[in-house]
Design a protein around this ligand. Structure first.
Ligand code: UDP
Length: 454
């Protein structure tokens, strides 16, 4: 039972890259709204905080207080242009950067933290919580299947080896992963640089999670029951609390470029929506191939495009496709995927994009790039059958044409729509009052609003 008179302090530790901090904030806002006796101190870098808290007033935040931690870059830092460099420098600055900021607050408030809610990647949250006799609730912001891969990394390394791996081998020795091939595994598990900062961090995460009070996941039970059971057997508690787009309040999505109005002018399930998330830009030759296919095919398209389209796309493309295509620098993706006119989503298979397209009921054409994206694509194509990859894994004009044709105008495409509708129903059911994800949220609130008894 919650003692309303006790004021508790909870530290929230965000991972400040990709689409990590936003979903964590959604979860924390959901808990904070029903936990007036708790203050949530939200730690992330200045840049990440500025982005996720933008447009929110102090009153909107209520009992959530943002605090900045050092990003690992010195004042005279000059970017080398390598996209991973800021990530690596940040990881190298952990856990000290969080520790300093947290200790300062504890000293100021004269009160320690009763619970740490962290991005699961920040595995050291588990050690900190143990030192403080606090609870640790890590949030995994991606799918169950990739989580299981990181929890079982040592088993994978032992069974597959790390040198000269057979990329075509199926992971048939782990429940729920038998359709997955070694080549689908995120880099840093058995291939790639195993001692790179990110690989080491995520490996340690997998070892640490069984010690967590409860592991929260932005997903729902019905998407992967077998893997969920496997994870449950390894964790003290597994709480599926997603999809957040259904279980938590979402930030307002402005439609600055009139995407929705444009979509309304098109037939049901006829438009291809294209976006590769917040991190990835396909290489120049693939952008050209994709553009060539879009120009040639009969389908209208809406493309959320990072960078200068005029410069990066083939000469004359914008002019020639003006009547059938729309290119915007940023799109209200969730609203777009829910729009009846959208018939396919050309995606990098990022986890948030997958949840959004399930809720929209739109099948995918997948071009994965790194991290969990290959693994996600394998499940989408082979296990869930709600999308396709492109031939040989890269955009060529013919591969894109074939995939668009398949998803938008074949019987197979229709089947994919039916399958994705089933997952949508399962997600909606979990998010209903008394649904599995809502029940788990209640458990999580209870856990966060009470202290360890010892
Ligand atoms: N997104 C958006 N508008 C865009 C492009 C992306 O709102 O034009 C959002 C999208 O809805 C999703 C997130 O950015 O919530 C991308 O997350 P995901 O996990 O798919 O990929 P990541 O950015 O982490 O690679």
């Amino acid at each position: 039972p919650v003692m309303p008179s006790t004021v508790l302090h909870v530290a929230v530790l965000a991972f400040p890259f990709g689409s990590h901090a936003g979903p964590l904030l959604s979860l924390v806002r959901r808990i904070a709204a029903v936990a007036p006796n708790v203050t949530f101190f939200f730690f992330s870098t200045e840049k990440s905080n500025a982005s996720i808290f933008s447009g929110m007033e102090k009153e909107d935040l209520g009992n959530i207080k943002p605090y900045n931690v050092y990003d690992g870059l010195s004042d005279n830092y000059v970017p080398s242009g390598h996209p991973l460099e800021p990530v690596n420098r940040f990881i190298n600055a952990t856990p000290g950067n969080y520790r300093v900021a947290m200790q300062k607050l504890v000293a100021e408030n004269g009160k320690s933290f009763s619970c740490l809610i962290t991005d699961a990647l920040l595995w050291f949250g588990g050690e900190m919580a143990e030192e403080m006799n606090a609870k640790w609730v890590p949030l995994w912001t991606a799918g169950h299947h990739s989580l299981l891969v990181h929890v079982l990394t040592d088993v994978l390394r032992q069974k597959i080896g790390c040198n000269d791996v057979c990329e075509d081998q199926n992971i048939d020795f782990i429940p729920g992963l038998s359709a997955v091939k070694v080549a689908d595994l995120p880099e840093g598990v058995v291939t790639g640089e195993l001692d790179a900062p990110f690989s080491v961090m995520i490996h340690k995460m997998g070892l640490m999670l069984p010690r967590a009070t409860a592991v929260a996941v932005n997903s729902f039970q019905g998407i992967n029951p077998l893997i969920v059971d496997e994870l449950k057997s390894r964790f003290q508690q597994l709480l599926n609390v997603g999809p957040f787009i259904l279980t938590t309040q979402q930030p307002f999505l402005p439609d600055d470029h009139g995407c929705l109005e444009w979509l309304s002018k098109h037939r049901n399930a006829s438009v291809a929506y294209i976006s590769f998330g917040t991190v990835v830009t396909p290489p120049p030759q693939e952008l050209t191939a994709l553009a060539d296919a879009l120009e040639e095919c009969e389908f209208p398209f809406l493309w959320s495009f990072r960078g200068n389209a005029e410069k990066l796309l083939p000469k004359g493309f914008l002019e020639k496709t003006r009547t059938k295509g729309k290119i915007v620098p940023w799109a209200p993706q969730l609203d777009i995927l829910k729009h009846a006119s959208v018939g396919v989503f050309v995606t990098h298979s990022g986890w948030n994009s997958i949840l959004e397209t399930i809720v929209g009921g739109v099948p995918m054409v997948c071009r994965p790039f790194f991290g969990d994206q290959n693994l996600n694509t394998r499940l989408i194509e082979t296990v869930w059958e709600i999308g396709v990859g492109v031939d040989n894994g890269v955009f060529t004009k013919s591969a894109v044409l074939k995939a668009l044709e398949l998803t938008l105008s074949s019987e197979k495409g229709k089947l994919m729509r039916q399958k994705i509708a089933m997952f949508k129903e399962s997600a909606m059911k979990a998010a209903k009052p008394n649904g599995n994800s809502q029940t788990n949220l209640k458990t999580l609130v209870e856990l966060v609003t009470t202290e360890n008894s010892t």
